[in-house]
Write a protein that binds this ligand. Sequence first.
Ligand SMILES: [Zn+2]
Length: 64
Amino acid sequence: MGFESSKEQLKVKTEIRCMTCDYKIVRDFQQGDFVPKIVGQCPKDGGQLYIAGIYAESTAQQKK
Ligand SMILES: [Zn+2]
């Protein structure tokens, strides 16, 4: 068994956080995303949601 080259894909994820509480979600990156863009309202306390980070995530799961 071996790894086939270029089967592993990187997915780009966008991490969104609330400014006023600890609410956080991660969704797929969308065109136009940047840090620290305001993207909406928090469903918990109505605070502003902003993009806290954008990162690439490997689809191959690594466990520690
Ligand atoms: Zn909040």
